[in-house]
Design a protein around this ligand. Structure first.
Ligand SMILES: [Ca+2]
Ligand SMILES: [Ca+2]
Length: 232
């Protein structure tokens, strides 16, 4: 009886809070696009159902991004909101030459407090171990796990300046407590690529929060104590 009560008390605390953009009913929760102005929601063929399709992306590296200055739930104070995971599904329908061996990169952008001045913007990014999908591969899912409570740039992450006035020593803490834009960058931001036309689909963009590790550890200790007491 006591065991049931314990589990009942823990489950709500460890539940994952999630915002997921499935694009159903014509709703683009996250203000997503690839920035061409030509994208839109298609009602069938997604993973499943509706999805975001942008067919005329002329770019060296397509970048699905939250609209600049939007109130997208995919930006803001990641640390305060306990964000620990971001995931997305992509499909590649067409590319002129090749999209082979491009990692999918999660890129978080900081406007440095000046949203109208792009010369001092910068970002922090982490490359997924999986490459972007190829034509004919169908929908491919990507999940990025990270610690927004880390006081320093997490292992595997790098920073990138976007203008001549970007800070010399970019502050991870100012970024992770006030993310201004989320981008999924189709490639390695440190490499150069040729311009090509891409036709891409996107679905199930999700941002997840779980309790801080300290909270889980405290619960673990509590469970151990309770189990010990039961045995005694
Ligand atoms: Ca969908
Ligand atoms: Ca700025």
């Amino acid at each position: 009886m006591r065991k049931v009560l314990i589990l009942g008390a823990i489950l709500p605390i460890t539940a994952v809070a999630q915002v997921i953009d499935t694009f159903e009913n014509g709703v683009n929760i996250g203000s997503w696009s690839f920035g061409t102005g030509g994208g839109g929601i298609v009602n069938t063929g997604g993973n499943p159902g509706a999805y975001w399709r942008e067919g005329q992306i002329d770019s060296f590296a397509p970048q699905a991004r939250t609209e600049w200055g939007s109130s997208s739930p995919f930006v803001g104070d990641y640390r305060g909101n306990g964000v620990s995971q971001i995931s997305v599904d992509f499909q590649l329908y067409h590319v002129d030459f090749s999209a082979a061996e491009r990692p999918l990169t999660l890129l978080l952008v900081e406007d440095n407090g000046t949203p109208n001045d792009f010369d001092d913007d910068w970002g922090a990014f982490v490359k997924h171990t999986e490459f972007v999908p190829q034509v004919g591969e169908g929908w491919k899912s990507f999940t990025f796990d990270f610690d927004s409570n880390s006081a320093i740039l997490p292992t595997g992450w790098l920073t990138v300046p976007f203008g001549p006035n970007s800070p010399q020593n970019p502050d991870w803490n100012s970024l992770i407590t006030d993310v201004d834009q989320l981008r999924f960058f189709w490639g390695d931001p440190e490499l150069f690529y040729i311009f090509q036309m891409f036709d891409i689909g996107m679905d199930n963009v999700a941002i997840n929060a779980v309790p801080e590790p300290g909270t889980l550890a405290a619960l673990g200790v509590g469970m151990a104590v309770l189990l010990l007491r039961r045995r005694l």
